[in-house]
Design a protein around this ligand. Structure first.
Ligand code: LMR
Length: 398
């Protein structure tokens, strides 16, 4: 069967991790995949997660199937986190949520649902966007188009360009938006800009699909949701794909959610019925463990407090590494203003490193950066920062 089939290319992000694992250089550094590392270079299990797992070990009585859309407590805690405890979206029941296997699973379920009812729509993605967005929506059968987002010259948001593009998106098309910590650029909208974009969406009649994978990594869980709140305020239909991979460190538990917000609870119930049929034919029902861990933490005031502290500890370390990188490059006399690295948010910086430099760093220094120059700042530590800065300085001089 496979004799005449060409090998598929390695994944542009997860493929790098495979290459990194096979690299025998003891100084190797992985700045590719968006995974948090602590000062020791490890991806820790959060203490609040350990505590919740202890509770579950005692309490759990069955490994029987979950409902198709997952544990109801999980769905309710997800909604409170996404929209805020007092949100009318939650109290009116116009939002419905299904536990999905990670943010990617959530995007795919949402895409399937949209394809069923809106088969001729185009999906508009930001320029640039996370590489897998293209894969997920193309696999669901959608044609893709791009809207302006990042200005490479100023290394900041091209808000005017974004507004201009989104004003031209036809009604019924789907617009995929990164709610915070834009991947790969680290460049975000402020609250007023989100309100503006939400109004454009309402006026034009396109369908917003919010990818919310980094809640809490921008500023705080509350202020990072201002884009979601802005769309909720318009009363239109929209979708949210969210993930607990990063903010709970639950990467391999595949713990995400797809939330469909309808104009009223009746429409929400219809959406829920179709969410169920979509989930049933893709993975039947979700894996339980990650969702139970998250629900246990969010429903317990003490554990939630501990989680928020651990989350802010991760963010502080990333911010520290942003400054260390800027200072390290300046102190080595690397020409240029790298201050944009400290104003970008989340795990990533669009470093501006060319693909030639990215290749040189990998081939000569075993430093792995995603093509296009996206650096995961969380892969930097006090132990490897000098090595990385020396290497970048050398690559840029060469
Ligand atoms: C990333 O962008 O590196 C992460 O979201 C991991 C992934 O699945 O690509």
């Amino acid at each position: 069967m496979w004799r005449n089939v060409e090998t598929a290319p390695a994944d542009s992000i997860l493929g790098l991790t495979e290459a990194f694992k096979n690299d025998t250089n003891p100084e190797k550094v992985n700045l590719g995949v968006g995974v948090y590392k602590d000062e020791g270079g490890k991806t820790p299990v959060l203490q609040c997660v350990k505590a919740a797992e202890k509770i579950l070990l005692e309490k759990e009585e069955t490994k029987s199937y979950l409902p198709i859309t997952g544990d109801p407590l999980y769905a309710s805690e997800v909604q409170k986190l996404l929209f805020g405890e007092d949100s009318e979206v939650v109290s009116t029941g116009r939002a419905v949520t299904a536990h999905a296997p990670g943010g990617t699973g959530a995007l795919r379920v949402g895409a399937e649902l949209l394809k069923k009812f809106n088969p001729d729509a185009k999906v508009w993605i930001s320029s640039p966007t996370w590489a897998n967005h293209k894969g997920v929506f193309s696999a669901a059968g959608f044609e893709l188009a791009e809207y302006s987002y990042y200005d490479a010259a100023t290394k900041s948001l091209d808000f005017d360009g974004m507004v201009e593009s989104l004003n031209k998106v036809p009604a019924g098309d789907i617009v995929l938006l990164h709610t915070c910590c834009h991947n790969p650029s680290g460049v975000d909208l402020n609250e007023a800009q989100w309100k503006n974009i939400a109004e454009i969406g309402k006026e034009r009649g396109w369908i917003p699909f919010l990818d919310f994978a980094y809640q809490g990594f921008g500023e705080s869980v509350e202020s990072d949701r201002c884009g979601v709140v802005a769309f909720a305020a318009t009363g239109v239909d929209f979708f949210v794909a969210s993930s607990f991979s990063k903010n709970f460190g639950l990467y391999n538990e595949r713990t995400g959610a797809i939330t469909v917000v309808a104009p009223n609870a009746e429409d929400g119930a219809v959406a829920m019925s179709h969410l169920k049929t979509s989930v049933r034919v893709i993975y039947s029902n979700p894996p339980a463990h990650g969702g139970l861990v998250v629900a246990t933490i969010l429903a317990d005031a003490e554990l939630k407090k501990q989680w928020l502290q651990e989350l802010s500890g991760m963010c502080d370390r990333i911010k520290e590494m942003r400054s260390a990188l800027v200072d390290g490059l300046a102190s080595r006399g690397v020409e240029g203003d790298f201050s944009y690295i400290t104003s970008q948010r989340g795990m990533f910086s669009f470093s501006g490193l060319s693909d030639d430099v990215v290749k040189w760093l990998r081939d000569n220094r075993s430093i792995y950066v995603v093509g296009g120059g996206r650096i995961n700042l969380a892969g930097l530590t006090r132990a490897n920062i000098d090595y990385v800065c020396d290497s970048i300085a050398e690559a840029l001089k060469g």
